[in-house]
Design a protein around this ligand. Structure first.
Ligand SMILES: [Zn+2]
Length: 571
């Protein structure tokens, strides 16, 4: 144990193309290029740090300086291979562009390209982090990169290919390194640990891999650390401790508390020792896992809300906001997010509230109804079922309970209001719920004047809304409500019946006639659904029509001596 131990990242650095982790396509392409001797003079390798670019460049270089070069399987035993493996082959020149970025450095390098390789067939120039070169350095390199001596090969590596000038990109064969998948990394780690004879828990390796963010080198460095810290057995607990991560069970408990809208203050104490940014990251990872698991505890819309909250919090952190405050804010927002309702639920609730308002406003025109109180406020959890008025089943034979029926009718009113406010107003003013029995909706009508016209005109629309509320098979019946003929009305009737000229200037006469119209033609309203009779226009109602009405006939009987039939009825 005391002997100097090589770090895993170096000890297990891939030495052959087939050892490269998660970059099968690239290693295959390069192997084929080497085996068929179809080599480009410049390669560009780009990708995340720790994705295997430098390793690939070195394997490639070794493949070019081996005695059997070019070959995809360097012999590993020749002087060239051994020198290459020890990073001291004279014909492999590695340059770190991050620290040698000026034009003079490139001029030196170009000077090198003029001399033939010392022992190998090729001279290989590896320029790491090539995007760091200055513009002048790039320009100086262009000519050589385009037409180098045929024994010169360039391998450029970068984490940021977008920063390279197009002129460089067009002169190289570009290989993009994929992010190594977590599975590949975990597999590689367990492979190494098996060789090193160290026991481990897979969960611990998963944590290390997550922290490594797809970089194999970073993950191996963490693994080195974990081996030392865990003294022989790598467990999830030791890794959690070592990485300063939040215990997954703590996150479980935390979200239990949030979902139950508990007191988050008790969480804050435990989270105090963590960086807020890290807490947010771990929450995000936790939620991602739960979402993939389709965990029953979380509704899908909650993930969306939580992620927005986390994103907001990160923005606040970027503005150098107080960490503790951001954490409190985030957790509080999450608790609130649990309480928020979906849009559908809110719409339902608003509709219900409108119904209640309508009930209250109609209370004087309706039979006394039980006051329905909607005490539910917006803060209540969506999980609590709300009593919803449901369209009545079509086979209903029992009278519907009055409360339910009123709610349903008021829902209809609010539906009409929603579609057309004026129509809703007329409907509410003129039509009153009578009964709802055996799937027949009886409505009392007191419609007059413009309202009546409007209702008549829009009846098919109203009918559609009634069907939406009560179901397709609902039958509608209208009862006209007969008003007691007032003295004035009686005078009008009398005048009409006895053919006496009416004082048209009397302001009430018009309305009286209208009332008469109503009584006569409430059959209009009651037969509105009868589309066979569409010509029945209220405007065109003639006096004769009034005279033919049942009510007037009754009036005639009351006011006229029976022996003297004056009125000639059309019927
Ligand atoms: Zn060799």
């Amino acid at each position: 144990m005391n002997s100097a131990r090589e770090v895993l990242a170096l000890k297990y650095r891939p030495k052959r193309f087939e050892d490269l982790i998660g970059q099968d396509t690239i290693s295959l392409t390069l192997s084929l290029a080497l085996d068929t001797n179809r080599l480009s003079h410049a390669y560009l390798l780009s990708g995340l740090r720790g994705s295997g670019k430098t390793s690939t460049a070195r394997i490639m270089a070794k493949a070019l300086v081996c005695d059997q070069a070019p070959t995809s399987k360097p012999c590993e035993v020749c002087a060239g291979c051994i020198a290459a493996n020890n990073n001291r082959h004279l014909d492999i020149i590695e340059m770190d562009a991050a620290s040698n970025r000026g034009i003079d450095d490139i001029k030196d390098l170009i000077e090198h390209t003029k001399y033939k390789p010392t022992s190998a067939k090729y001279k290989v120039f590896i320029i790491d982090e090539v995007h760091m070169l200055t513009t002048q350095a790039f320009n100086a390199l262009l000519k050589t990169l385009e037409e180098p001596p045929n024994f010169v090969k360039f391998i450029l590596a970068t984490t940021d290919p977008l920063k390279l000038p197009a002129t460089i990109l067009s002169r190289t064969q570009h290989f993009r390194f994929k992010r190594i998948s977590d599975q590949n990394i975990i597999h590689h780690l367990s492979h190494i640990l098996n060789i090193e004879n160290i026991s481990f828990e897979t969960e611990a390796l998963e944590m290390l891999t997550r922290s490594g963010n797809g970089s194999l080198r970073d993950t191996l460095t963490l693994l080195d650390q974990a081996i030392i810290y865990s003294k022989g057995t790598i467990t999830a607990t030791t890794v959690t401790d070592m990485l300063g991560m939040i215990d997954p069970t703590f996150l479980d408990n935390m979200f239990d508390l949030i979902l139950q809208k508990g007191d988050i203050r008790e969480l804050l104490d435990s989270l105090q020792s963590y960086e807020t940014g890290q807490v947010l990251d771990e929450i995000a990872i936790y939620l991602k896992q739960k979402m993939l698991e389709k965990h029953v505890k979380f509704d899908l819309y909650l993930f969306d809300r939580f992620y927005r909250i986390i994103a907001d919090a990160k923005q606040l952190l970027n503005l150098n906001s107080d960490n503790g405050f951001v954490l409190i804010l985030t957790l509080s927002k999450m608790v609130e997010a649990v309480s928020l309702k979906t849009i559908d639920e809110v719409i339902e609730q608003i509709q219900q509230k409108e119904v209640v308002t309508s009930i209250v406003s109609n209370i004087d025109t309706q039979k006394p109804i039980k006051q329905i109180t909607n005490t539910q406020n917006l803060q209540e959890p969506p999980s609590q079922p709300q009593p919803q008025p449901q369209p009545q089943p079509q086979t209903q034979t029992q009278p519907i309970k009055e409360d339910t029926a009123n709610i349903l009718f008021n829902k209809l009113i609010s539906n009409i209001y929603n579609k057309n406010y004026d129509l809703g107003k007329c409907f509410e003013k003129s039509f009153h719920f009578h009964s709802h029995i055996n799937n027949i909706l009886k409505i009392d009508s007191t419609a007059t004047g413009d309202c009546k016209k409007s209702l008549y005109k829009n009846f098919s629309y109203i009918k559609q809304l009634i069907e939406e509320t009560y179901g397709d098979t609902i039958e509608i019946e209208f009862n006209k409500i007969q008003k007691e003929p007032t003295k004035e009305m009686a005078r009008v009737i009398k005048a009409t019946v006895f053919n006496t000229p009416l004082d048209q200037s009397s302001p009430q006469v018009g309305s009286m006639i209208e009332d008469l119209e109503l009584n006569q033609s409430s059959s209009c309203v009651s037969s509105m659904c009868d589309t066979k009779n569409p010509s029945l226009s209220q405007v065109d109602l003639k006096m004769e029509d009034i005279l033919n009405s049942k009510m007037v006939k009754t009036a005639i009987e009351l006011f006229q001596p029976p022996s003297q039939p004056i009125i000639k009825s059309k019927n």
